[in-house]
Design a protein around this ligand. Structure first.
Ligand SMILES: Cc1cc2nc3c(=O)[nH]c(=O)nc-3n(C[C@H](O)[C@H](O)[C@H](O)COP(=O)(O)OP(=O)(O)OC[C@H]3O[C@@H](n4cnc5c(N)ncnc54)[C@H](O)[C@@H]3O)c2cc1C
Length: 473
């Protein structure tokens, strides 16, 4: 829809809308998070009519049953074109395509996921999507709004968890009262309910922005993916604790004993993958952090770059000086410092003011981190991860306040409860953000990294004494 020619759209879209199952073949056995290094090749044929595709693709969802697939493969530089990673639309019954294996996973057991071999698969040049070399750009662009599908799933599971936790914690009695009334369990119920509100808020705000089509929502969608997959996972983990042994028991086993078949263990298994696919948490941290420091790199990149000569550094310092002279003070004092601002958010104004103040603090911290580690900041992934996670919490806090307002307008009968949930969610999120702030410059990252390198280097092997080969069955 986004990059196809009119002919391609007329030919393929009605099929995928009606009868054809489609799949997306990017990942390979040796290429996961770093798709730029993919090994599948697309060699132009001598007569110029198309390409021959070769390679092995791993973990293609729907790939075991697909009719039509999009394959990413690298075209070598050649006379007629610039080459590079390119997207091809390929009917799956084309000669040379073999589904070698249907993969099975911890969760998502219903998906038809394949390992697929491509051997000299002929694809006519009409089937190139976009231009040669545009493949990764296309893949990333489709992720912009596509990334909102995954947080929607996490939100759905989180709402389901709220229902299960509420019903079970009220019904199950231990030590003379419903388990939900014991403080430790009550804390979990509050976390689950507040998180459901927070995730819904973030998704609602991001989706409305996407529908608006006015703003580039790349960062919002990425933050929503990162945040919902992490918070959603904690939600189902806490739900399992609330359900106790029944949380760990399978639905079939529960049913066989005559109990309600509530599949909490399945939800946990299904939710875990969200932190890995569509951009793992670690990769999302890097991707979002890059956007955050990009502006700094633009104005101060030469100063930070150890390769730049002194003259260029000096020139850059003058430019950067001008920029930061007006930028830094703006971060120290602003709207959030004036009492009474954001009054339109009522009881939630205090949280919006916090988000604003904390945004400035975050920008300052990012700037100081750049000063402290200079170009090495790129390798300080734990620090970058915290910076991004704070950004996600602040986005979530702002979203919660905005969504409470939306509910007041669209569902006045829910207004009071919305404010109550938004307030609780913001309190929890602020505490998490404050902890992350504390850890930016005061942490054990270096000690951790040093020991990790020792472990990788084969020191401390005695810790593994008595362990069998992990692959032994
Ligand atoms: C159920 C399922 C469905 C999938 N569906 C599809 C599909 O339809 N189509 C498709 O093409 N692919 C699909 N995938 C592949 C999925 O997108 C990859 O698993 C994902 O990109 C991660 O790659 P990897 O597993 O090879 O991990 P690796 O890239 O090997 O990473 C291993 C670990 O290292 C971390 N890591 C990697 N690089 C860095 C770095 N630079 N800095 C810090 N940490 C890093 C990762 O976050 C991860 O924790 C699917 C996978 C699964 C399991």
């Amino acid at each position: 829809m986004l990059f196809g020619t009119d002919e391609q759209k007329a030919r393929w879209l009605p099929l995928v809308a009606r009868t054809h199952v489609s799949a997306f073949l990017l990942t390979e056995p040796d290429v996961g998070s770093d798709p730029a290094r993919l090994g599948a090749t697309a060699t132009p044929t001598e007569d110029g009519t198309g390409y021959r595709l070769n390679g092995r693709k791993l973990w293609a969802t729907n790939g075991a049953i697909a009719d039509l697939v999009v394959v990413m493969a690298k075209v070598p530089e050649h006379d007629g074109g610039r080459g590079g990673i390119t997207a091809f639309v390929v009917p799956y019954d084309t000669e040379g395509i073999t589904v070698e294996h249907r993969n099975a996973f911890m969760g998502l057991r219903g998906i038809e996921n394949s390992q697929t071999l491509l051997e000299d698969v002929f694809v006519p040049k009409e089937n190139v999507i976009g231009k040669e070399g545009d493949g990764l750009k296309i893949a990333l662009t489709t992720l912009n709004t596509g990334r909102l599908a995954l947080p929607s799933i996490c939100l759905g599971v989180s709402k389901w968890a709220t229902k299960v936790a509420r019903e079970w914690a009220a019904e199950r009695v231990q030590w003379g009262q419903p388990v939900g009334k014991h403080d430790a369990v009550a804390q979990k119920i509050a976390f689950i309910a507040a998180s459901s509100f927070g995730l819904e808020a973030m998704l609602d705000v991001s989706s409305r922005l996407a529908d608006d089509k006015k703003a580039d929502i790349r960062i919002e969608a990425a933050l929503a993916k990162l945040y919902a997959s992490e918070v959603g996972w904690k939600v189902v983990d806490e739900l399992m604790q609330v359900r106790g042994g029944r949380g760990y028991e399978t639905a079939d086993s529960l049913a066989a004993r005559g109990e309600k078949p509530i599949p909490v263990e399945q939800a946990l298994r299904d939710m875990r993958i969200n932190r890995i696919f569509e951009g793992s948490t670690e990769i999302m941290h890097l991707l979002i952090a890059r956007e955050a420091v990009d502006q700094h790199l633009e104005v101060a990149g030469d100063i930070l770059d150890t390769e730049t000569d002194l003259k260029a550094k000096a020139r850059s310092a003058v430019q950067a000086g001008r920029f930061y002279a007006s930028w830094l003070p703006k971060l120290a004092v602003g709207e959030g410092h004036r009492p009474g601002s954001y009054d339109e958010f009522g009881a939630l104004a205090t949280h919006v003011r916090y988000a604003e103040r904390a945004s400035r603090r975050l920008a300052r911290s990012t700037f100081y981190a750049m000063g402290r580690w200079q170009a090495g900041l790129e390798r300080k992934q734990a620090v970058l991860g915290r910076i991004v996670d704070i950004g996600a919490e602040l986005f979530a806090i702002s979203s919660a306040a905005v969504y409470a307002q939306t509910l007041q307008q669209e569902h006045p009968e829910r207004a009071k409860e919305a404010v109550r949930l938004a307030d609780l969610f913001c309190r929890q999120a602020r505490r998490r953000a404050d902890d992350l702030f504390d850890d930016i410059f005061d942490n054990d990252d270096d000690a951790n990294y040093a020991v990790a390198m020792e472990v990788l280097g084969g020191e401390h092997l005695w810790l593994e004494e008595g362990m069998l080969d992990p692959a032994e069955r």
